[in-house]
Design a protein around this ligand. Structure first.
Ligand code: ZN
Length: 287
C-alpha cells in the first residue's frame, strides 16, 4: 500500500509512487515526462495535490504554482491536458515552447487540444504557442529559439531534395544538425550522417553538427560560431539545383552591418571568448 486506498504494482513508475505517497498525484512537467514529452530538467518532482492531500510533501517534491483547477483526480497521474496547463503556469517561457514542440512531436495532444488546455492563461502563454514549431528534440527547440533571438533567420525540419529533412536551416544554406548519442552513434548512423554531410556540402550547404552537451552546456561558444558564420555571410548564398531547400528562407533585407547594435555586441564579445583559453561562459544572457 502506498497510501490509504492506493496500491502500487511492483513495476509501477517510481515517480508516480513517490507522488502518491506524498499525498498527491503526478502532475505538471513530471506528468508530461511520464507521457513521453522531452524532459526539460527539473530539480524536483512536480505533483498536483487535491484538497485532501497532505500539506507538505517529503523530500525532493514540490507543489507547482497554483493553477485555476481545483478538483480531486481519481488517477495517479493528471491528464495530459491538465499537465500541460499546470506546466504553462510553472516553467520558464523557453521551456514551455520546448514542451509544446514535444507535445506536438509525440502526438500527445493535437493543436486544438493545446489551445483548449491553455485557454484563458497569461499572455506569455499565447506568445509561447506562437513560437511553437516542428522539432524532433528539446535541444533542437532550444537551439532554434536562441538563434532566432540573435536576429538570424532559422527554420526547423526543412526538407532538402536528395537528403531529406535537416534539423535547422539558418539563412539559405547553413544547416545545423543536433546529434544525440541515442540516435547518432550506431555504425549505420555514423555512415548515414557522413553521407548526408557530403551530399549537402557538394550542393553548397555549410553543415554544423552540434551535440546535446554543446546546446545545453556550452551554448555561448556555439552562438559565437554561428554568429561568426552569419557575419561572414556564409549562411546566405543561394543553393542551386535540385538540392534547394523546399522551405528556402528569404535573405534578410538588412545587410549584417546595419543590424541592431545588440547583434554586433553579442558577436564581438562571444567571438573574443572563443579565441581565449578561458572556456568559461561569463556573459550574462539577455532576453
Ligand atoms: Zn510544476
Amino acid at each position: 500500500m502506498v497510501r490509504r486506498g492506493w496500491y502500487a504494482l511492483p513495476d509501477a513508475n517510481p515517480d508516480v509512487v513517490r507522488a502518491v505517497a506524498s499525498g498527491a498525484v503526478l502532475g505538471c512537467v513530471s506528468a508530461l515526462v511520464y507521457y513521453g514529452v522531452w524532459d526539460t530538467g527539473h530539480p524536483y518532482l512536480h505533483v498536483f495535490r487535491s484538497k485532501h492531500g497532505r500539506r507538505m510533501p517529503p523530500g525532493k517534491i514540490g507543489w507547482c504554482r497554483p493553477v485555476h483547477v481545483d478538483r480531486a483526480t481519481g488517477s495517479a497521474v493528471v491528464s495530459p491536458m491538465l499537465a500541460l496547463r499546470q506546466a504553462a503556469c510553472c516553467v520558464e517561457p523557453d521551456d514551455l515552447v520546448v514542451l509544446l514542440d514535444s507535445v506536438i512531436n509525440t502526438r500527445l495532444l493535437t493543436r486544438q487540444e493545446i489551445d483548449e488546455a491553455l485557454t484563458g492563461l497569461a499572455s506569455h502563454v499565447r506568445t509561447a504557442i506562437s513560437r511553437m514549431d516542428l522539432a524532433e528534440s528539446g535541444t533542437e527547440s532550444l537551439a532554434r529559439l536562441r538563434i532566432r533571438r540573435l536576429g538570424v533567420k532559422v527554420k526547423s525540419q526543412v526538407r532538402i531534395g536528395g537528403v531529406g529533412r535537416v534539423d535547422l536551416l539558418v539563412g539559405d544554406r547553413l544547416v545545423i544538425e543536433i546529434d544525440s548519442i541515442e540516435h547518432h552513434t550506431s555504425q549505420s548512423a555514423y555512415h548515414r550522417d557522413r553521407r548526408r554531410d557530403q551530399i549537402l556540402t557538394s550542393m553548397g550547404y555549410v553543415v554544423l553538427r552540434l551535440t546535446y552537451e554543446q546546446v545545453l552546456y556550452h551554448w555561448d561558444e556555439m552562438e559565437a560560431l554561428i554568429l561568426s558564420l552569419a557575419r561572414s555571410g556564409r549562411h546566405l548564398a543561394r543553393v542551386a539545383g535540385p538540392g534547394r531547400a523546399s522551405q528556402r528562407l528569404r535573405v534578410p533585407k538588412l545587410p549584417l552591418d546595419s543590424r541592431p547594435i545588440r547583434f554586433e555586441r553579442a558577436n564581438r564579445s562571444t567571438a573574443g571568448r572563443l579565441d581565449s583559453d578561458d572556456g568559461r561562459q561569463s556573459r550574462s544572457r539577455g532576453g
